[in-house]
Write a protein that binds this ligand. Sequence first.
Ligand code: A3P
Length: 317
Amino acid sequence: RDALFEKFCKEHKELIKTLPIGNGWRVQHLYNYNGFWLDPLYIKSNLLLHTYFRSQSSDIFLASFMKSGTTWLKALMFSIINRHRYTISDHYLLQHGPQSTFPHIDSEFDRPTIDFSHFPPPRLFATHFSQTLLPPSMTSCKLVYVCRDPKDVLISKWHFMNQIRLKDRPPLSLDEAFELFCQGVSDFGPFWEHVLSYWRASLDSPDKVLFLKYEEVKKQPEVELRKLAAFMGQSFTTEENENGVVEEIVKLCSFENLSNLEVNKNGVNDFKVVEVENRLFFRKGEIGDWKNYLSEEMKERIDKITDEKFKGSGLIL
Ligand code: A3P
């Protein structure tokens, strides 16, 4: 098995050498792998996923482009599944935070021997890979996608990546981040192709892919939470609805509540590829913070790209 894995690692190194190179946000270079820009370590984990990961038909995946609301959705999905296990006042989330609730399969499946088979079903996993990069066994499972206004994603990602950028690299300017983002060159991007890959999957199989928008969850959290629970096969009962369980979960997972927890102020999560301070996942949690950063010209350029890319798809962000 070790010899096999070594051969695998060697092939990964050879593959990287053949791929187009772009400027990285955290590391120096991203590589274009089957149409998407990835950190080489994620290309390796993608190959591992395809070769070794065994999904179960009851698995539920949370997919997102970075900075679109992954942390929030992790908290909400975990709370839905485990609502009979914890009381709100003594909830797992309060001690451990959303990051440790379920694994990011892209970075945490970094060896063939990693085994998630002891997780009770339904197992939950998060991924940032585009739908087209997922192994077929994963695309036959239920999947929740959350997307967000690309302008807010860009600003959120620019802040975040500067915080986790390798120490020997000078800060990434907003102008450079903007230019790279528009060209599609950012981890897991292009943003638009990422969103479209899941949008199309949701049109093809609405029972398998639930397409959510950060802005909608923000505006009407109870409605979206009920939708999410029903999709996950865990609808709220009449009794739960009457007892305010939905409102309680929304409050538990709110930005205000989660960002003020000790674990999210001072804790660190090990994603294997990189260790990240939990506080970095909670910046502002607002719609439209891009207005404080982007010029009118920048706004128009991004909106124009969005219009052009999404034209005819039926998707409006
Ligand atoms: P901002 O940087 O705009 O504040 P991800 O979890 O995909 O990395 O996305 C992080 C973004 O979601 C950050 O956006 C963060 O503040 C916001 N966020 C985190 N938890 C949230 C919550 N409970 N409610 C709303 N937004 C949240």
